[in-house]
Write a protein that binds this ligand. Structure first.
Ligand code: ZN
Ligand code: ZN
Length: 311
């Protein structure tokens, strides 16, 4: 976590800046099913698909079971143990799904735990937890505000987007950020690999790009806990710079770069019609409590950086 002085309220800001921090970039997916639950591909096949697509790591998260991954990792491709748990109802949601990933060893997954129990179980077993696909589940602000101890929410879930157009949960993330919760946004696939003819499959599509010292479970968890990553379904984010009361973002060619904050702050910056842009700047108004950058490319695909927090 980098501490830098900013002009915003004259106070300090906290920005886990993956673009400046030391280490290597590692591309991964933290939510993946296999034939051990309702995925269409078995473990060797799904791992091969991700490795061929240039991913460096993959968490296997079958429903209510920890699928062993022993022997599936290589020097340059790391499999992580995980599971997807469900138990509690939400205010309107029939069930809340929690992804547990980065477990230290194969363990017996709890069947239908409460959300708090699921998060605690992930941490007890050396891993971390995410609130999976809030929009798809039908979660509302009063639900997500009840839970602590997780790393954040799936800001994007490819499978949920392809299935029923409820893959993007940026509003749920902002509901948390706007109430002072310092949580991260994760883009994941879900990767059931089910598809109707002609439709795209949710395998090797979205990702987290993590800056870590090395490709190990411990190093990845350390960086993911610290927010040293960004999420994408297409664009690359190259840099987010805070200087002189201004936040500047540099990206791959996109149609729109947005600076998202709580109410009465933030800005969207568009490319000229028919063109693209690779940079945008936002002058801090002074009352931002958080500011995050997202961008959208010509294909309509987003990328999301983690927030800068202002004291
Ligand atoms: Zn789920
Ligand atoms: Zn799932």
């Amino acid at each position: 976590m980098t501490q830098e002085h900013s002009r915003n309220n004259g106070g300090d800001m906290q920005f886990a800046d993956p673009f400046k921090s030391p280490g290597q970039w590692y591309k991964g997916n933290l939510h993946t099913h296999t034939t051990q639950s309702d995925g269409a591909l078995d473990l060797p096949e799904v791992a091969a698909r991700y490795q061929e697509a240039g991913y460096d790591f993959l968490a296997i998260t079958d429903h209510r079971t920890v699928t062993p991954v022993e022997g599936a990792s290589h020097d340059d491709f790391l499999l992580l143990l995980g599971t997807e748990l469900d138990g509690d109802r939400g205010e309107v949601a029939e069930s809340v799904h929690i992804v547990a990933f980065g477990l230290a060893e194969v363990a017996e997954a709890p069947q239908h735990p409460s959300v708090a129990e699921a998060i605690a179980w992930a941490k007890q077993h050396g891993g971390e937890a995410l609130i999976a696909h809030p929009y798809w589940s039908g979660l509302v602000a009063s639900d997500v505000l009840r839970w602590d101890g997780h790393l954040g929410v799936e800001v994007f879930n490819t499978g949920c987007h392809y299935e029923i157009a409820k893959g993007c949960s940026a509003v749920h993330w902002d509901d948390l950020l706007g109430r002072g919760r310092r949580v991260w946004g994760f883009a994941v696939d879900d990767s059931h690999h089910h598809s109707s003819p002609g439709d795209p499959v949710d395998t090797a599509t979205a990702w987290v790009m993590v800056k870590a010292e090395r490709l190990t479970r411990e190093a990845l968890l350390q960086s993911l806990r610290a927010g040293l990553f960004y999420s994408s379904w297409g664009p690359a984010i190259h840099e987010i710079r805070v200087a002189g009361g201004e936040v500047t973002a540099r990206t791959s060619p996109v149609k729109e770069i947005s600076f998202v904050a709580q109410r009465w702050a933030g800005r969207s910056v568009f490319a000229p019609q028919g063109g693209t842009r690779t940079e945008a700047a936002y002058r801090l108004r002074g009352h931002e409590e958080y500011l995050r950058v997202e961008c959208r490319d010509a294909e309509g695909r987003w990328a999301w950086a983690n927030p800068i927090f202002f004291e």
